[in-house]
Design a protein around this ligand. Sequence first.
Ligand code: NZQ
Ligand code: ZN
Length: 387
Amino acid sequence: MRNFVFYKPTKIIFGRDTIPQIGKETVVFGKKVLFVYGKGSIKKTGIYDQVMKSFQDAGITAIEHGGVKSNPVLSHVREGIKIAKENRVEAVAAVGGGSVIDSAKAIAAGAVVEHDVWKFFRTKKSIKKVLPLTCVLTLAASGSEMNGGMVVTNEETLQKFGIGNHLLQPLVSILDPSTTFTVGPDYTAYGAVDALSHILEFYFTTREPYTPVQDRLMEGLVINIMESCNRVMARPDDYNARADFMWCATLALNGLTAAGLGRVGFPMHLIEHSLSAIYDVPHGAGLSVVMPGWMTHQAHENPARFAQLAERVFYVKKADESKMAAYGIAELKAWFEKISCPTDLGALQIPEQDIPRIAENTQGLAKVWRLEEYTKDKVEAILRLCT
Ligand code: NZQ
Ligand code: ZN
């Protein structure tokens, strides 16, 4: 077990009819609040009205900054920072999925500095202060509601970069599973793939030889994400299934699974971010294409690890480790197809001849994430396994 610090200042308010608490939870940080949301789902679902009423009841003046797109872009974040500064907001409230929460985090960090916010993403500047952030989660996937991560795409340079800082953790996150009843089968499936990848990135990149506590935690979360997703697909308004799914997605990337694993990485995300940056594919759809290819490439390095997942999650019978690993990967890929996720570049309409360009695009983030072993050639070899 390696040394670790597990610091989670996010107050989670979980359950039905919790959204009306957002006003009183936010007003403690200030009465002038930047209200960040997406393209309109919250207006269709009635969440917008609930949130605005809660703000009014709490005496909050909400300055709206809607229009965050999925795979959020830097230009929209910069606009939000400008509005936040002009109105001298005291806090930021995000209502939406990971794209909205990440944009809000970037605005909260950029609103208190003079330099451009993109400098944080290129690690040219470090975050020392942020505006207080609260959120209402409406889509279970990214885990941004309870972590210090944020991902934004610089649409001019086609770079989708992510950074982490504990100051970026929302101070309060409201998770009402019934808000996700309106999430369609596509983004439900993408969310499941994303949450699974957050777990498997750590499961396969830790170099710790013996991690029984984290292994069983991660394996249990993988099993529950798949099972609750299957229940949601069968009955989209099954509250308990949506609740199990939502809480698993939050636990998948709030730091708990990584505690004690030592240095871990996000190589699958490294590659997926380039797919989303260049082709604007949904994050989870990019991952369902990249994961089986990356796992196949990696299994040769550590077949025992892949065989353990195959045995404990897919109940693959004991056999030669490489065979077990291959069975486990095939089972995961088959499940991706069962929930109608793409599993090759063609299904994303990405031509094979683009592979060198995609691999080139990963190199900037590989440096920022200190994943230099993922050279252009290695990434190309992995992408050729995703065709
Ligand atoms: O924009 P609106 O109208 O709200 O529509 C959204 C969007 O079109 C819609 N939606 C959200 N809640 C809904 C809903 N539709 C119906 N009912 C609801 N209740 O769903 C679409 C996707 O939303 P988005 O926020 O993009 O999805 P997700 O939560 O998967 O977030 C994806 C972003 O998270 C980043 C990804 O890179 C991507 O940019 N990630 C952030 C991480 C972090 N901060 O730690 C880690 C992740 O690995 C991930 O990289
Ligand atoms: Zn992700």
